[in-house]
Design a protein around this ligand. Structure first.
Ligand code: CTP
Length: 399
């Protein structure tokens, strides 16, 4: 029987960033949580509760005496949640929380709950920097309230500075980390190598061959390994992701550069998770000037390609006792048979196989995969890339 889903209570206060709370609801739901929303009166001026009601399929609580059937609404809300996340949180609501003021449903619930509290402030830069706000945040921090710090940038009021609500993904990540607790440091002392993203194979000074890999899977593995205490080397092709803090990141372009960096790190690695979408081929005669359609039309029309080295196969061949190499396979047919064949041909210990017959997994936040080893194949249900990363690391650790 599956475990009941944990409930996140999302508090929405009166700030322009309230519209981003809709995305936070979706992000938490995608990670498998039930979300209920409580709003301040001012919050409802920015986003209508109907929107949250439609997104969550739950009643949206706004008033202390909302439901005659539930006269102590704040207590039931406070008790049923595993986490109370307030995003966006205004300076005013933080001030009330710091003083223990409970004059509406949201602040009363914040006072009544014994669940962990996570606050994502959003406000004008001067309000954020005001001594009162900073002291209130320090007070809340001392009491164990978690914060997702606002970002710097252009603010709705026209000012520039710190105060913009943190990225939705950062808020959802922080919420999940609080909900799931501190992961075990079971990879402490281990070195995990991860390849991620696409490779880029130059044709000339301005053109290249590449693919749509987002790098999300590899970055999730790197982050999960870091969180579990490992030393991490992340060899990454060009992607639009923030590198995880604490990893040694080696940025590469071509497959040959990726091989060189990965082989160097593999020498003392314990686990290699090779998620990169390496370009199978590269132009044989890349030139360092721009090819012209007229003069070089023939060269452009008949690009001659040559095969790139296989990083997975090369590392697997150099494997020492105790090293584990994990590869990926994207298949549209005979998923298991092809994944098994790939495992043997490349010498990998494990292959994570995705069925991409219903569309690409590139850029998606969730994956459904098989884990194929020499003598087994296990189907994993659809889950977030982070959850998949944890399972991959579990399997590599236990091999
Ligand atoms: N890989 C690699 N070096 C390459 C090509 C692939 O390290 N030159 C790794 C990838 O990082 C991934 C796995 O091998 O872990 C994918 O193998 P690949 O043969 O590319 O499989 P598919 O992408 O599924 O493509 P195909 O079925 O066409 O072989």
């Amino acid at each position: 029987m599956s475990e009941p889903r944990k409930t996140v209570l999302l508090g929405v206060t009166g700030g322009v960033a309230a519209y981003k709370s809709c995305e936070i609801v979706r992000g938490l739901q995608k990670r498998g949580y039930r979300v209920k929303v409580v709003m301040t009166e001012n919050g409802t001026r920015f986003v209508d509760p109907v929107t949250f009601r439609a997104l969550t399929r739950e009643p949206v609580a706004t008033k202390l005496f909302d439901g005659p059937a539930d006269p102590i609404h704040h207590i039931s809300l406070a008790e049923e949640c595993a986490l109370f996340l307030i995003a966006p949180c205004t300076a005013n609501v933080m001030a009330k929380m710091a003083c223990g003021i409970a004059d509406d449903l949201l602040t009363t619930t914040a006072l009544a709950t014994t669940a962990p509290l996570l606050v994502a402030p959003a406000m004008n830069v001067h309000m954020y920097e005001a001594a009162a706000t900073q002291e209130n945040m320090a007070t809340l921090r001392r009491r164990g309230v978690g914060f997702v710090e606002p970002d710097e940038g252009y603010l709705a009021c026209g000012d520039t500075g710190r105060g913009r609500l943190a990225e939705v993904e950062a808020i959802v990540d922080a919420a999940c980390a609080m909900l799931e607790g501190t992961p075990p440091a079971d990879l402490a002392g281990r070195h995990v190598l991860v390849t991620a993203g696409p490779t880029v194979e130059p044709i000339d000074a301005v053109r290249f061959l590449s693919n749509r890999s987002s790098g999300k899977m590899g970055y999730a593995v790197a982050q999960a390994a870091l969180d579990r205490g490992a030393r991490v080397t992340l060899v990454s092709g060009p992607v639009a992701l923030m590198p995880p803090t604490g990893a040694t990141v080696v940025s590469v372009g071509t497959a040959r550069e990726m091989l060189e960096a990965a082989a160097a790190a593999f020498a003392d690695a314990d686990i290699a998770v090779l998620t990169a979408a390496v370009a199978d081929m590269r132009p044989l005669n890349a030139v360092d000037r721009k090819l012209k359609k007229g003069r070089d039309g023939e060269a452009l029309r008949s690009l001659e390609l040559v095969e790139n080295p296989d990083i997975l196969a090369t590392l697997a061949q150099a494997k020492r006792e105790g090293q584990v190499v994990v590869g990926f396979a994207a298949e549209t047919e005979d998923v298991l048979a092809n994944a098994r064949e790939k495992l043997v041909r490349k010498g990998a210990d494990l292959i994570v196989a995705n069925d991409v017959s219903c569309g690409a997994v590139f850029g998606a936040d969730d994956d459904e995969a098989w884990l194929v080893s020499a003598d087994d194949a296990v189907a994993w249900p659809k889950m977030s890339k982070r959850a998949l990363a944890e399972r991959i690391l579990d399997a590599a650790r236990d091999l």
